[in-house]
Design a protein around this ligand. Sequence first.
Ligand code: ZN
Ligand code: FE
Length: 259
Amino acid sequence: MLHIHPLPAFEDNYIWVLRQEGVGTCVVVDPGDEDPVIEYLQAQGLELAGILITHGHGDHTGGVRALKRRWPAAVVWGPAREPIPVVERPVAEGEEIDLATLPFTCKVMDVPGHTKGHVAYRLGDALFCGDTLFAGGCGRVFSGTHEQLSDSLRRIAALPPQTRIYCAHEYTLANLGFALWVEPDNPAIEARRKTEEQKRQQGLPTVPSTLALELDTNPFLRTGEPAVVSAAEKWAGCALHGHREVFHALREWKDRDYD
Ligand code: ZN
Ligand code: FE
């Protein structure tokens, strides 16, 4: 059975460790820093067999070189459509990856927008989506476009609702604050905020979440809901047509006025 363990890094990043009971190796996702990985692997008596990279930002790749020095056999997968020097095996939409010495296969999805080549990895019901979809929110647009990010989120929204969302940052409470700006009358958001606040007070991560919960509470996945459309139109001061336009207005609204 697959075990997925979060390693907090920096202020609010998560590095995910994938392991199988009884197997002495593991794979990590987006190791922006080597120290938490080395510490955990040493404590658990594990060797590193592979590294999955979702996109090229330093808080997701900064630990790769040091980890490779320590575990030279570890394979580094990453997006083909983004130049990342530490990536050894470029991957793209539809590819299946055998995770080195672990008995798991994961599927690659192209989810550009936050960056132009961002990928996500699907292992059964688990989705490692980096900075594309966050719990209660989504990534900012850097080297990709708003249209790309909107389309990528639509594709994620179409996955099975039980899909678990393993994103790369603990931004949930701040994101839900904005979600309440957009939909102050959505009781699911207020209820979620209470639940997530309790987790944070106990020092627990709010992730993974489920796609079903995101569909109910995350404004960036609700760009077809009348209440979200009208809130976005009110902010933009004009009529908006379709998911892309509503998404673009929401993203700018949050960037300019909330963050
Ligand atoms: Zn990023
Ligand atoms: Fe990040």
